[in-house]
Design a protein around this ligand. Structure first.
Ligand code: ARG
Length: 457
Protein backbone atom coordinates (compact mmCIF):
# COMPACT_ATOMS: atom_id res chain seq x y z
CA UNK A 1 0.00 0.00 0.00
CA UNK A 2 1.19 3.52 -0.79
CA UNK A 3 2.29 5.72 2.09
CA UNK A 4 -0.59 7.52 3.81
CA UNK A 5 -0.36 11.30 4.01
CA UNK A 6 -0.71 11.34 7.79
CA UNK A 7 1.63 8.38 8.39
CA UNK A 8 4.46 10.37 10.05
CA UNK A 9 3.76 9.21 13.62
CA UNK A 10 2.76 5.66 12.66
CA UNK A 11 5.08 2.65 12.86
CA UNK A 12 2.74 0.19 11.12
CA UNK A 13 0.76 0.18 7.93
CA UNK A 14 -3.04 0.05 8.02
CA UNK A 15 -4.69 -3.36 7.81
CA UNK A 16 -6.49 -3.68 4.49
CA UNK A 17 -9.84 -4.26 6.16
CA UNK A 18 -9.35 -1.13 8.27
CA UNK A 19 -8.69 0.88 5.16
CA UNK A 20 -11.80 -0.58 3.55
CA UNK A 21 -13.91 0.61 6.48
CA UNK A 22 -12.18 3.95 6.87
CA UNK A 23 -11.99 5.00 3.24
CA UNK A 24 -14.72 7.20 1.82
CA UNK A 25 -13.45 7.71 -1.73
CA UNK A 26 -16.12 5.33 -3.02
CA UNK A 27 -18.82 7.87 -2.17
CA UNK A 28 -17.11 11.22 -1.59
CA UNK A 29 -15.45 11.19 -5.02
CA UNK A 30 -18.69 12.67 -6.34
CA UNK A 31 -17.67 15.93 -4.61
CA UNK A 32 -14.48 16.25 -6.67
CA UNK A 33 -15.60 19.39 -8.52
CA UNK A 34 -16.55 21.12 -5.27
CA UNK A 35 -13.33 19.95 -3.56
CA UNK A 36 -11.29 21.44 -6.40
CA UNK A 37 -13.32 24.67 -6.39
CA UNK A 38 -12.67 25.03 -2.66
CA UNK A 39 -8.97 24.26 -3.08
CA UNK A 40 -8.55 26.80 -5.86
CA UNK A 41 -10.16 29.51 -3.71
CA UNK A 42 -7.94 28.48 -0.78
CA UNK A 43 -4.69 28.52 -2.82
CA UNK A 44 -5.51 31.86 -4.44
CA UNK A 45 -6.01 33.29 -0.98
CA UNK A 46 -2.74 31.73 0.29
CA UNK A 47 -0.94 33.41 -2.62
CA UNK A 48 -2.65 36.77 -2.08
CA UNK A 49 -1.72 36.70 1.62
CA UNK A 50 1.90 35.84 0.85
CA UNK A 51 1.61 32.54 2.77
CA UNK A 52 2.81 30.79 -0.37
CA UNK A 53 4.32 32.54 -3.38
CA UNK A 54 2.09 33.80 -6.19
CA UNK A 55 3.95 31.44 -8.49
CA UNK A 56 3.21 28.44 -6.28
CA UNK A 57 -0.43 29.49 -6.10
CA UNK A 58 -0.62 29.67 -9.89
CA UNK A 59 1.03 26.29 -10.27
CA UNK A 60 -1.36 24.73 -7.76
CA UNK A 61 -4.34 26.30 -9.48
CA UNK A 62 -3.23 25.03 -12.88
CA UNK A 63 -2.62 21.57 -11.47
CA UNK A 64 -6.07 21.51 -9.93
CA UNK A 65 -7.69 22.66 -13.16
CA UNK A 66 -5.94 19.90 -15.11
CA UNK A 67 -7.06 17.31 -12.54
CA UNK A 68 -10.66 18.54 -12.85
CA UNK A 69 -10.49 18.31 -16.64
CA UNK A 70 -9.08 14.80 -16.53
CA UNK A 71 -11.71 13.58 -14.09
CA UNK A 72 -14.44 15.22 -16.20
CA UNK A 73 -13.17 13.53 -19.36
CA UNK A 74 -12.61 10.17 -17.71
CA UNK A 75 -8.84 10.26 -18.29
CA UNK A 76 -8.32 10.19 -14.51
CA UNK A 77 -10.33 7.62 -12.55
CA UNK A 78 -10.75 7.03 -8.84
CA UNK A 79 -9.00 3.69 -9.06
CA UNK A 80 -6.86 4.47 -6.06
CA UNK A 81 -6.12 3.47 -2.48
CA UNK A 82 -6.51 7.09 -1.39
CA UNK A 83 -8.54 7.43 1.79
CA UNK A 84 -10.90 10.09 0.50
CA UNK A 85 -11.42 12.60 -2.29
CA UNK A 86 -9.38 15.25 -0.46
CA UNK A 87 -6.32 12.96 -0.22
CA UNK A 88 -6.86 11.69 -3.74
CA UNK A 89 -6.72 15.15 -5.26
CA UNK A 90 -3.83 16.32 -3.12
CA UNK A 91 -1.77 13.22 -3.97
CA UNK A 92 -2.54 13.64 -7.65
CA UNK A 93 -1.65 17.34 -7.45
CA UNK A 94 1.75 16.67 -5.94
CA UNK A 95 2.40 13.92 -8.48
CA UNK A 96 1.66 16.45 -11.23
CA UNK A 97 3.30 19.67 -10.02
CA UNK A 98 5.79 18.49 -7.41
CA UNK A 99 6.77 20.38 -4.22
CA UNK A 100 4.26 23.22 -4.55
CA UNK A 101 1.45 20.67 -4.33
CA UNK A 102 2.49 19.87 -0.76
CA UNK A 103 1.74 23.49 0.23
CA UNK A 104 -1.95 23.48 -0.73
CA UNK A 105 -3.06 22.18 2.66
CA UNK A 106 -1.33 25.03 4.55
CA UNK A 107 -3.74 26.51 7.11
CA UNK A 108 -6.41 23.97 6.31
CA UNK A 109 -7.65 20.66 7.71
CA UNK A 110 -9.75 18.01 6.07
CA UNK A 111 -12.24 18.84 8.79
CA UNK A 112 -12.99 22.32 7.48
CA UNK A 113 -12.38 21.14 3.92
CA UNK A 114 -15.03 18.41 4.02
CA UNK A 115 -17.50 20.75 5.74
CA UNK A 116 -17.03 23.21 2.86
CA UNK A 117 -17.21 20.54 0.15
CA UNK A 118 -20.48 19.21 1.46
CA UNK A 119 -22.02 22.67 1.62
CA UNK A 120 -20.97 23.42 -1.95
CA UNK A 121 -22.14 20.04 -3.19
CA UNK A 122 -25.55 20.17 -1.53
CA UNK A 123 -26.05 23.77 -2.71
CA UNK A 124 -25.39 22.70 -6.31
CA UNK A 125 -27.77 19.78 -6.11
CA UNK A 126 -30.51 21.80 -4.40
CA UNK A 127 -30.25 24.38 -7.18
CA UNK A 128 -30.97 21.64 -9.69
CA UNK A 129 -33.85 20.22 -7.65
CA UNK A 130 -35.27 23.74 -7.49
CA UNK A 131 -35.25 23.89 -11.30
CA UNK A 132 -36.99 20.52 -11.48
CA UNK A 133 -39.60 21.72 -8.98
CA UNK A 134 -40.29 24.84 -11.01
CA UNK A 135 -40.88 22.58 -14.04
CA UNK A 136 -43.38 20.55 -12.05
CA UNK A 137 -45.02 23.73 -10.79
CA UNK A 138 -45.43 25.05 -14.36
CA UNK A 139 -46.98 21.79 -15.53
CA UNK A 140 -49.47 21.66 -12.66
CA UNK A 141 -50.32 25.32 -13.20
CA UNK A 142 -51.03 24.65 -16.87
CA UNK A 143 -53.25 21.66 -16.01
CA UNK A 144 -55.08 23.81 -13.49
CA UNK A 145 -55.73 26.50 -16.10
CA UNK A 146 -57.33 23.91 -18.37
CA UNK A 147 -59.64 22.72 -15.62
CA UNK A 148 -61.14 25.78 -13.97
CA UNK A 149 -64.63 24.50 -14.87
CA UNK A 150 -63.89 20.81 -14.34
CA UNK A 151 -66.16 19.91 -11.42
CA UNK A 152 -65.15 17.10 -9.14
CA UNK A 153 -65.99 15.99 -5.62
CA UNK A 154 -63.80 17.25 -2.82
CA UNK A 155 -63.29 14.61 -0.14
CA UNK A 156 -62.90 14.38 3.59
CA UNK A 157 -62.29 10.92 5.05
CA UNK A 158 -62.15 9.91 1.38
CA UNK A 159 -65.95 10.36 1.37
CA UNK A 160 -67.46 12.82 -1.09
CA UNK A 161 -67.82 16.07 0.80
CA UNK A 162 -68.44 19.18 -1.31
CA UNK A 163 -67.96 19.92 -4.99
CA UNK A 164 -64.80 21.67 -6.08
CA UNK A 165 -62.97 21.88 -9.39
CA UNK A 166 -59.92 20.01 -10.58
CA UNK A 167 -58.13 23.36 -10.88
CA UNK A 168 -58.82 24.08 -7.22
CA UNK A 169 -57.54 20.63 -6.23
CA UNK A 170 -54.35 21.14 -8.26
CA UNK A 171 -53.87 24.61 -6.83
CA UNK A 172 -53.55 22.99 -3.40
CA UNK A 173 -50.43 21.19 -4.65
CA UNK A 174 -49.05 24.45 -6.06
CA UNK A 175 -49.29 25.95 -2.57
CA UNK A 176 -47.30 23.01 -1.21
CA UNK A 177 -44.63 23.31 -3.89
CA UNK A 178 -44.29 27.03 -3.19
CA UNK A 179 -43.55 26.19 0.42
CA UNK A 180 -41.13 23.46 -0.65
CA UNK A 181 -39.22 25.93 -2.79
CA UNK A 182 -39.25 28.38 0.12
CA UNK A 183 -37.73 25.73 2.38
CA UNK A 184 -35.03 24.91 -0.18
CA UNK A 185 -34.20 28.61 -0.55
CA UNK A 186 -34.13 29.08 3.18
CA UNK A 187 -31.86 26.07 3.77
CA UNK A 188 -29.61 27.16 0.90
CA UNK A 189 -29.28 30.65 2.31
CA UNK A 190 -28.13 29.36 5.69
CA UNK A 191 -25.85 26.77 4.05
CA UNK A 192 -24.07 29.36 1.95
CA UNK A 193 -21.19 30.16 4.33
CA UNK A 194 -17.56 29.08 4.28
CA UNK A 195 -16.12 27.16 7.24
CA UNK A 196 -12.57 27.35 5.80
CA UNK A 197 -10.24 28.82 8.39
CA UNK A 198 -11.79 26.69 11.14
CA UNK A 199 -8.82 24.36 10.63
CA UNK A 200 -9.01 21.08 12.51
CA UNK A 201 -11.22 22.79 15.12
CA UNK A 202 -9.32 25.69 16.70
CA UNK A 203 -8.73 27.94 13.71
CA UNK A 204 -5.20 28.63 12.56
CA UNK A 205 -2.25 30.93 13.18
CA UNK A 206 -1.79 31.73 9.48
CA UNK A 207 -3.17 35.11 8.40
CA UNK A 208 -5.90 33.64 6.20
CA UNK A 209 -8.43 35.93 4.53
CA UNK A 210 -11.59 33.98 5.20
CA UNK A 211 -13.98 36.49 3.62
CA UNK A 212 -11.94 36.48 0.43
CA UNK A 213 -12.34 32.69 0.12
CA UNK A 214 -16.07 33.03 0.68
CA UNK A 215 -16.28 35.75 -2.00
CA UNK A 216 -14.29 33.72 -4.53
CA UNK A 217 -16.66 30.81 -3.94
CA UNK A 218 -19.71 33.04 -4.35
CA UNK A 219 -20.91 32.25 -0.83
CA UNK A 220 -22.66 34.82 1.29
CA UNK A 221 -20.37 34.77 4.32
CA UNK A 222 -18.29 32.73 6.75
CA UNK A 223 -18.88 30.69 9.90
CA UNK A 224 -18.06 32.41 13.20
CA UNK A 225 -16.89 29.65 15.50
CA UNK A 226 -14.16 27.24 14.50
CA UNK A 227 -15.60 24.42 16.62
CA UNK A 228 -19.05 24.86 15.11
CA UNK A 229 -17.48 25.29 11.68
CA UNK A 230 -16.10 21.75 11.60
CA UNK A 231 -18.80 19.97 13.55
CA UNK A 232 -22.00 21.49 12.18
CA UNK A 233 -23.99 19.32 9.81
CA UNK A 234 -27.30 21.16 10.29
CA UNK A 235 -27.17 22.16 6.64
CA UNK A 236 -27.31 18.51 5.52
CA UNK A 237 -30.16 17.83 7.93
CA UNK A 238 -32.08 20.93 6.85
CA UNK A 239 -31.70 20.00 3.20
CA UNK A 240 -32.88 16.45 3.82
CA UNK A 241 -35.71 17.69 5.99
CA UNK A 242 -36.89 20.02 3.21
CA UNK A 243 -36.62 17.10 0.78
CA UNK A 244 -38.58 14.87 3.16
CA UNK A 245 -41.47 17.32 3.30
CA UNK A 246 -41.36 17.75 -0.45
CA UNK A 247 -41.33 13.99 -0.82
CA UNK A 248 -44.38 13.74 1.43
CA UNK A 249 -46.25 16.13 -0.90
CA UNK A 250 -45.26 14.13 -3.96
CA UNK A 251 -46.34 11.00 -2.16
CA UNK A 252 -49.80 12.35 -1.32
CA UNK A 253 -50.25 13.50 -4.90
CA UNK A 254 -49.10 10.06 -6.06
CA UNK A 255 -51.63 8.37 -3.84
CA UNK A 256 -54.40 10.44 -5.46
CA UNK A 257 -53.13 9.69 -8.94
CA UNK A 258 -53.14 5.99 -8.14
CA UNK A 259 -56.73 6.22 -6.88
CA UNK A 260 -57.92 8.44 -9.73
CA UNK A 261 -56.48 6.14 -12.38
CA UNK A 262 -58.23 3.07 -10.94
CA UNK A 263 -61.23 1.57 -12.76
CA UNK A 264 -63.31 2.57 -9.73
CA UNK A 265 -62.55 6.29 -10.14
CA UNK A 266 -61.45 6.70 -13.77
CA UNK A 267 -60.86 10.42 -13.17
CA UNK A 268 -57.63 10.37 -15.12
CA UNK A 269 -55.72 8.16 -17.49
CA UNK A 270 -51.96 7.98 -17.25
CA UNK A 271 -50.13 8.10 -20.57
CA UNK A 272 -48.73 4.81 -21.86
CA UNK A 273 -45.20 6.20 -21.68
CA UNK A 274 -45.62 6.65 -17.93
CA UNK A 275 -47.27 3.35 -17.03
CA UNK A 276 -46.26 -0.27 -17.11
CA UNK A 277 -48.00 -3.54 -17.86
CA UNK A 278 -48.22 -6.88 -16.14
CA UNK A 279 -46.21 -9.94 -17.16
CA UNK A 280 -49.27 -12.14 -16.65
CA UNK A 281 -52.45 -10.00 -16.87
CA UNK A 282 -52.69 -8.60 -20.39
CA UNK A 283 -55.28 -5.96 -19.52
CA UNK A 284 -53.21 -4.23 -16.81
CA UNK A 285 -51.90 -0.69 -16.95
CA UNK A 286 -50.19 0.16 -13.72
CA UNK A 287 -49.32 3.57 -12.21
CA UNK A 288 -45.76 2.54 -11.31
CA UNK A 289 -44.25 6.04 -11.43
CA UNK A 290 -46.70 7.28 -8.80
CA UNK A 291 -46.16 4.14 -6.73
CA UNK A 292 -42.39 4.51 -6.86
CA UNK A 293 -42.63 8.18 -5.93
CA UNK A 294 -44.80 7.20 -2.98
CA UNK A 295 -42.51 4.30 -2.07
CA UNK A 296 -39.28 6.25 -2.24
CA UNK A 297 -40.64 8.76 0.25
CA UNK A 298 -39.97 6.19 2.96
CA UNK A 299 -36.40 6.05 1.81
CA UNK A 300 -35.93 9.83 2.02
CA UNK A 301 -37.41 9.81 5.55
CA UNK A 302 -34.93 7.03 6.35
CA UNK A 303 -32.08 9.27 5.21
CA UNK A 304 -33.31 12.08 7.45
CA UNK A 305 -33.50 9.75 10.46
CA UNK A 306 -30.01 8.43 9.67
CA UNK A 307 -28.65 11.97 9.79
CA UNK A 308 -30.45 12.93 12.98
CA UNK A 309 -29.43 9.76 14.80
CA UNK A 310 -25.84 9.91 13.58
CA UNK A 311 -25.41 13.43 14.95
CA UNK A 312 -27.36 13.19 18.18
CA UNK A 313 -24.65 11.91 20.50
CA UNK A 314 -21.53 13.44 19.02
CA UNK A 315 -19.32 15.51 21.28
CA UNK A 316 -17.75 18.61 19.73
CA UNK A 317 -16.03 18.75 17.38
CA UNK A 318 -15.31 16.51 14.37
CA UNK A 319 -15.85 12.77 14.79
CA UNK A 320 -15.44 10.16 12.09
CA UNK A 321 -19.10 9.24 12.52
CA UNK A 322 -19.75 12.35 10.49
CA UNK A 323 -18.38 10.69 7.38
CA UNK A 324 -21.64 8.71 7.48
CA UNK A 325 -23.61 11.90 6.86
CA UNK A 326 -22.57 11.95 3.26
CA UNK A 327 -24.20 8.82 1.87
CA UNK A 328 -27.52 9.60 3.53
CA UNK A 329 -27.81 13.13 2.20
CA UNK A 330 -26.55 12.03 -1.23
CA UNK A 331 -29.20 9.34 -1.32
CA UNK A 332 -31.95 11.83 -0.50
CA UNK A 333 -30.73 14.19 -3.25
CA UNK A 334 -30.42 11.35 -5.79
CA UNK A 335 -33.84 10.00 -4.91
CA UNK A 336 -35.66 13.31 -5.31
CA UNK A 337 -33.75 14.17 -8.48
CA UNK A 338 -34.73 10.80 -9.89
CA UNK A 339 -38.42 11.16 -9.03
CA UNK A 340 -39.23 14.69 -10.13
CA UNK A 341 -38.71 14.55 -13.93
CA UNK A 342 -40.80 11.40 -14.57
CA UNK A 343 -43.41 12.60 -12.10
CA UNK A 344 -43.67 15.90 -13.99
CA UNK A 345 -43.94 14.08 -17.31
CA UNK A 346 -46.69 11.87 -15.92
CA UNK A 347 -48.74 14.89 -14.82
CA UNK A 348 -48.12 16.71 -18.09
CA UNK A 349 -49.34 13.82 -20.24
CA UNK A 350 -52.20 12.46 -18.15
CA UNK A 351 -55.68 12.67 -19.64
CA UNK A 352 -58.32 14.27 -17.44
CA UNK A 353 -61.69 12.58 -17.68
CA UNK A 354 -63.86 15.63 -17.02
CA UNK A 355 -67.13 13.71 -17.42
CA UNK A 356 -66.21 11.10 -14.83
CA UNK A 357 -65.18 13.81 -12.38
CA UNK A 358 -68.40 15.75 -12.92
CA UNK A 359 -70.49 12.61 -12.60
CA UNK A 360 -68.83 11.84 -9.29
CA UNK A 361 -69.43 15.42 -8.14
CA UNK A 362 -73.14 15.05 -8.92
CA UNK A 363 -73.37 11.89 -6.84
CA UNK A 364 -72.72 11.52 -3.14
CA UNK A 365 -74.92 14.47 -2.13
CA UNK A 366 -72.05 16.92 -2.26
CA UNK A 367 -74.69 19.70 -2.38
CA UNK A 368 -76.29 18.79 0.96
CA UNK A 369 -74.43 21.62 2.73
CA UNK A 370 -75.70 24.07 0.13
CA UNK A 371 -79.22 22.85 0.68
CA UNK A 372 -78.81 23.56 4.40
CA UNK A 373 -77.36 26.99 3.62
CA UNK A 374 -80.37 27.67 1.38
CA UNK A 375 -82.69 26.97 4.30
CA UNK A 376 -80.64 29.27 6.51
CA UNK A 377 -81.15 32.05 3.98
CA UNK A 378 -84.89 31.37 4.30
CA UNK A 379 -84.66 32.03 8.04
CA UNK A 380 -84.13 28.56 9.52
CA UNK A 381 -81.35 28.22 12.16
CA UNK A 382 -78.37 26.27 10.78
CA UNK A 383 -78.74 23.30 13.16
CA UNK A 384 -82.37 22.77 12.08
CA UNK A 385 -81.46 23.33 8.45
CA UNK A 386 -78.75 20.64 8.78
CA UNK A 387 -81.38 18.23 10.17
CA UNK A 388 -83.85 18.90 7.32
CA UNK A 389 -81.15 18.54 4.68
CA UNK A 390 -80.04 15.27 6.32
CA UNK A 391 -83.60 13.93 6.24
CA UNK A 392 -83.87 14.84 2.56
CA UNK A 393 -80.61 12.97 1.88
CA UNK A 394 -81.94 9.89 3.70
CA UNK A 395 -85.13 10.16 1.65
CA UNK A 396 -83.07 10.20 -1.58
CA UNK A 397 -80.88 7.28 -0.48
CA UNK A 398 -84.01 5.16 0.13
CA UNK A 399 -85.31 6.01 -3.33
CA UNK A 400 -81.95 5.79 -5.16
CA UNK A 401 -82.22 9.36 -6.35
CA UNK A 402 -80.45 12.70 -5.87
CA UNK A 403 -81.48 15.98 -4.24
CA UNK A 404 -81.62 17.92 -7.48
CA UNK A 405 -83.91 15.24 -9.00
CA UNK A 406 -86.64 15.66 -6.35
CA UNK A 407 -89.77 17.62 -7.26
CA UNK A 408 -90.87 20.76 -5.51
CA UNK A 409 -93.77 19.03 -3.78
CA UNK A 410 -91.41 16.57 -2.13
CA UNK A 411 -89.09 19.38 -1.07
CA UNK A 412 -91.99 21.28 0.46
CA UNK A 413 -93.12 18.22 2.43
CA UNK A 414 -89.83 18.64 4.33
CA UNK A 415 -90.02 22.42 4.66
CA UNK A 416 -92.70 24.86 3.60
CA UNK A 417 -90.01 27.48 3.09
CA UNK A 418 -88.49 25.70 0.10
CA UNK A 419 -89.40 27.35 -3.18
CA UNK A 420 -88.66 26.85 -6.85
CA UNK A 421 -85.32 28.64 -6.55
CA UNK A 422 -84.04 25.54 -4.71
CA UNK A 423 -83.05 23.89 -7.97
CA UNK A 424 -80.69 26.66 -8.90
CA UNK A 425 -79.39 26.90 -5.33
CA UNK A 426 -78.21 23.29 -5.22
CA UNK A 427 -76.92 22.95 -8.78
CA UNK A 428 -73.28 22.04 -9.17
CA UNK A 429 -72.54 25.36 -10.88
CA UNK A 430 -74.05 27.33 -7.99
CA UNK A 431 -72.47 25.22 -5.25
CA UNK A 432 -69.01 25.88 -6.69
CA UNK A 433 -69.68 29.26 -8.30
CA UNK A 434 -71.00 30.89 -5.11
CA UNK A 435 -67.84 29.97 -3.20
CA UNK A 436 -66.02 33.14 -4.12
CA UNK A 437 -64.29 33.87 -0.82
CA UNK A 438 -60.50 34.01 -1.12
CA UNK A 439 -59.12 30.47 -1.22
CA UNK A 440 -62.42 28.93 -2.37
CA UNK A 441 -63.15 26.97 -5.59
CA UNK A 442 -65.37 29.37 -7.60
CA UNK A 443 -63.96 29.54 -11.16
CA UNK A 444 -63.34 33.31 -11.02
CA UNK A 445 -61.69 33.02 -7.63
CA UNK A 446 -59.48 30.16 -8.80
CA UNK A 447 -58.63 32.11 -11.93
CA UNK A 448 -57.42 34.99 -9.75
CA UNK A 449 -55.48 32.57 -7.57
CA UNK A 450 -53.82 30.97 -10.58
CA UNK A 451 -52.69 34.42 -11.69
CA UNK A 452 -51.16 34.95 -8.26
CA UNK A 453 -49.49 31.55 -8.51
CA UNK A 454 -48.16 32.50 -11.93
CA UNK A 455 -46.52 35.60 -10.45
CA UNK A 456 -44.47 33.33 -8.21
CA UNK A 457 -42.62 32.16 -11.30
N1 ARG B 1 -13.36 11.71 4.74
C1 ARG B 1 -13.49 12.47 5.94
C2 ARG B 1 -14.98 12.76 6.20
O1 ARG B 1 -15.71 12.75 5.30
C3 ARG B 1 -12.75 13.75 5.84
C4 ARG B 1 -12.41 14.34 7.15
C5 ARG B 1 -11.36 13.51 7.81
N2 ARG B 1 -10.92 14.09 9.03
C6 ARG B 1 -10.26 13.43 9.93
N3 ARG B 1 -9.95 14.07 11.02
N4 ARG B 1 -9.96 12.14 9.81
O2 ARG B 1 -15.38 12.94 7.31
Amino acid sequence: MSKLMWSGRFKKQLEDNVNALNASLRFDSRMYAQDIRGSIAHCQMLGKQGIISEEEARSIEQGLISIKEDIDSGALTFNSKAEDIHMFIEEELTARIGEAGKKLHTGRSRNDQVALDQRLYILDRLANIRIQLIDLYRVILEKARENIYTYMPGYTHLQRAQPVTFAHHLSAYLQMIQRDIGRIDDASKRMSVSPLGSGAMAGTTYPLDREYVSDVLGLSGITYNSMDGVSDRDFAIEATSALSILSMHISRFSEEIILWSSQEFKFIEIDDAYSTGSSIMPQKKNPDIAELARGKTGRVYGDLITLLVTMKGLPLTYNKDMQEIQEAVFDALDTIEGILPPFTGMIETMIVNKDAMQKAALGGFTNATDLADYLVRKGIPFRDAHEISGKLVAHCIDRHTTLEALDIVTFQSFSKLIENDIFDAISLETCVGKRTITGAPAPDTVDTELKRLELFL
